[in-house]
Design a protein around this ligand. Sequence first.
Ligand SMILES: Nc1ncnc2c1ncn2[C@@H]1O[C@H](COP(=O)(O)OP(=O)(O)OP(=O)(O)O)[C@@H](O)[C@H]1O
Ligand SMILES: [Mg+2]
Length: 303
Amino acid sequence: MTDNGTGTHGAVLQDAAPQQDGPLVELRGAGKSYGNIRALHGVDLTVRPGQVTCVLGDNGAGKSTLIKIISGLHQHTEGEFLVDEEPVRFTTPREALDRGIATVYQDLATVPLMPVWRNFFLGSEMTKGPWPVRRLDIARMKATADQELRNMGIVLDDLEQPIGTLSGGQRQCVAIARAVYFGARVLILDEPTAALGVKQSGVVLKYIAAARDRGLGVIFITHNPHHAYMVGDHFSVLRLGTLELSASRAEVSLEELTNHMAGGAELAALKHELAQVRGVDTDELPEESDLTPPVAPSPEGTP
Ligand SMILES: Nc1ncnc2c1ncn2[C@@H]1O[C@H](COP(=O)(O)OP(=O)(O)OP(=O)(O)O)[C@@H](O)[C@H]1O
Ligand SMILES: [Mg+2]
C-alpha cells in the first residue's frame, strides 16, 4: 500500500482538482423562502481554499438553510450560487459531492455497530476480483483507513471497534478524515462541537485546522464564538436570515464577535429586566450569550 493510496477514489479526485486561488464557493445576495417563510435573504459568502469560513448565529438564524443550499439539499430562491466561479443550481446532494463539496452533519450518518474502517468506506467500498466473484477488499480498506486517519494525525487504538464506541469528537474526526480522503475540496461542518465538552471540542477544532492546512475550504457552523475564533479566517454572523456581520479575522476581535452573537442590545435589555428580580446580581452576569436562567427567589420563610 503506497502512502497516498494511488489508484484510489480519493487520490484520483484530489489530483484532478483544479489548482486555484479564486473562491471555491460563493453566494451573492442568496436567499431562500419556504413558501411564505423567508428563511434567508441577501447573503454574501465566500469560501476560499485553505481558509475556514465560520457561520455563526442564534437558533433559527438560517445557518442550516444556508448550508443546505451549498450542499444540494435545497435550492436558493434568490441571488446567485457559484462553484469555481460559475453559477450552479444543485438538485441533489450527489451533484454537490461530485463538485467536491462534502457535508458532515451533526447526526453523523454512521452505522454504530459496524467497525470504524467499515464506516470509513460506507457506500464506497473497495472491491477486488472480477464480476460475479467480486468481493470486498477488506485488507485494503483497513490499511487505507488506518493510513488516512494517521495522515490527519488521528490515532485510534483499534479500527475493528464499532464506531458507536468512539466518543462524539472522535466520530467527527473520522468523518472529517473520510471527507478529505474522498476528495472533498469544500468541507461543511454543521455544529460539530455543539454536543461536545471542552477537551473533545479542542480535538475537533484541531482537525478542522488540519483540513484547512491541506488546502480545503472549510465552512464551520457554530453557536460558539470562542470555537469560531480559534480556527476562523472569516466570520459571518446571521440574524433572522440576514447577514449581520461579515468580517475577516483582522477586522473583528473575539470580544466584538461575542457581542454580535449575544446581540448586544438584547443582552442589555435582558440585564435590565433581570435587575428587577430579587436575588440576581446583574453585575455578576457574563457579557456572553451563555446566560443561564435566573434561579427563582425562594418564598419567604422557606430555606
Ligand atoms: N423546511 C422548512 N420549512 C419551513 N420553514 C423552515 C424550514 N426549514 C427552516 N425553516 C425556517 O427557517 C428559519 C431558519 O431555520 P434554520 O434551520 O436555517 O436555522 P438555524 O440557524 O440552523 O437554527 P438552529 O441553530 O436551531 O439549527 C427558521 O425560522 C425555520 O423555522
Ligand atoms: Mg441548524
